[in-house]
Write a protein that binds this ligand. Sequence first.
Ligand code: ATP
Ligand code: MG
Length: 382
Amino acid sequence: MNILILGAGQLARMMSLAGAPLNLNVVAYDVGTKQIKHPLTGEIYTTSLEQAISDADVITAEFEHIPDDVLTLCCNSNKFYPGKAAIKTGGDRALEKALLNKTGVECAPYQLITEKVHLELAAKNLGKPLVIKTCQAGYDGKGQWRLKSDVQIDEIWSEMAEFIASGTQDAPHTIIAEKMIPFDREVSIIGARDKHGNVAIYPLTENEHTNGVLTLSVAGKNNQNVEAQANDAFTKIANELNYVGVLAIEFFDVMGTLLVNEIAPRVHNSGHWTQQGCHCSQFENHMRAVAGLPLGNTELKHITAMINVLGQASIPAEVLTLPDVTSHWYGKTAKPGRKMGHINVSAHNMNDLSDKLSQLTDYLPEHDYPGILKTAEKLILG
Ligand code: ATP
Ligand code: MG
């Protein structure tokens, strides 16, 4: 079966790696260069997008920021999963909040902003600090402002007005202000839904962010009550979207109550641990779901942590001297802060995981890989 993925980055690469043993052949459409590529080798084909759509049995996406005309072309082929509405919703925080309201799933109090008066209202009604985000085009903490006091309103508004003015009638730019949530931790849930509506959900993942970017995830902690809330939110949202494929939801955990932060209609960085931690990874399950195959087992096989490799030219080979450590390289050109690869660390129990993470700090210095030792210490404390 031939699968066309919109987007030619690391997620397409890992979906392609997972699809090969299932006899699923993947080509990727690079939205930036408008070229059809091999997702692993980067080889560029002369095929047009229209031809690639026609050659494909199934079309899917590795990210949500896809031009509307491309989405429409793909949808018109009736081969596109998870569908235009799901991709549009994941790519626009205002649509995301509307979906949460409709499904009755809780999120941070917010105010949509298109004029300065809305910002002033948000500062007054939601309280400070405020987290202000562009509704479209944000990722890895980019396109965000923090408003701590009213004296910043004029300055921040001038930058916000610039963003709003750069929108077009077809692709308007809007902004959202959210109450800054004093969360205890950030968690996410990843799951798959197939064409018949069957759902398979992975164990909850706990995520560490540094400067707005995911640095480390841990899966396998026992979190029954919180996990039940996350699974409920997943099922409501996936069913409402009539979703097909893997869907990720990020949450803030505030004293055991979950608030949704955002929804990603795709495989997600906080699910990379499933490559070693589960029988069937998120990448394989996404490929299975869109190809109409049965969903795979999402139960925990091994407690696993994932460490992001940000901006480094390579993964230190010494990490492979430790048992149950695997390296995943994306084959991209290094740039400061860019997601270059990740390291998965599996363990027999939380103490073992803590030991392994501590040992890894010999090769992964705090400056380049923040938070590993802190996580190792937290795992022992429970
Ligand atoms: P990504 O797509 O990589 O997950 P993003 O750019 O879409 O990131 P968010 O996930 O919305 O952005 O925000 C990045 C981080 O900023 C969050 O993981 C969280 O740590 C912090 N943050 C965002 N919104 C809030 C909020 N309302 N209260 C407190 N912290 C927040
Ligand atoms: Mg996020």
